[in-house]
Design a protein around this ligand. Structure first.
Ligand code: MN3
Length: 204
């Protein structure tokens, strides 16, 4: 059984950048919904029960039944993506990366601001619902990508591991920002905890 990343702070703590109702709905309804649907699908298909979520999403083609594969892709992807999202945002998180991640950002993007611009562009240009991710490649470089729905880099089998994701489904911002996705993305940078992102980079 998969469980949600447990949020170590109250839903209102990311105000004014991400409002309380959005955080609460996003975590207790959307994220919990993906997790519950994933667990229900796995309960009916015990062969998946001893696998990690990374193993499951990296081998979707091993699931023969098309309907089950779609269920796992959407809900397993949603479960994984939201665990990443909620575990890398925090009130009073580290405002800038340090150590190895900082060095790699400078090497691959020139500066943190260039990285933010590139990731914001990927998030803004995603038509409809989806995500923009910052990932580590198997060679240890950083790369930015964008995916529709709840897809993510694990599904590509290239060995990329996401370390930060911007959720650009409207449920992530519409209550406060309405149609202004760009304003939400700008606000998102205020709540990223670069220590959490750095820890994921280091454990790659
Ligand atoms: Mn979401």
């Amino acid at each position: 059984m998969f469980s949600q990343y447990s949020l170590p702070y109250d839903f209102g703590k990311l105000e004014p950048h991400i409002d309380k109702l959005t955080m609460e709905t996003h975590y207790t309804k959307h994220h919990a919904g993906y997790m519950n649907n994933l667990n229900a699908a796995i309960e009916k298909n015990p062969s998946l029960s001893n696998k990690t979520i990374e193993q499951i999403l990296g081998n979707l083609d091993h699931i023969a039944d098309e309907s089950l594969r779609t269920t796992i892709r959407n809900n397993g992807g949603g479960y994984y993506n939201h665990n990443l999202y909620f575990s890398t945002i925090a009130p009073n998180g580290a405002k800038t990366p340090t150590g190895k991640l900082d060095a790699q950002i400078k090497k691959d993007f020139g500066s943190l601001d260039f990285l933010k611009d590139a990731m914001a562009k990927a998030a803004l240009s995603r038509f409809g619902s989806g995500w923009a991710f910052l990932s580590v490649t198997k060679d240890g470089n950083l790369t930015i990508s964008s995916y529709p729905n709840q897809d993510n880099p694990l599904m590509d089998k290239k060995g990329d591991k996401p370390i930060l994701g911007i959720d650009v489904w409207e449920h992530a911002y519409y209550l406060k920002y309405k149609n202004l996705r760009g304003d939400y993305i700008k606000a998102f940078w205020n709540v990223v905890d670069w220590d959490a992102v750095g820890a994921l980079f280091d454990e790659k």
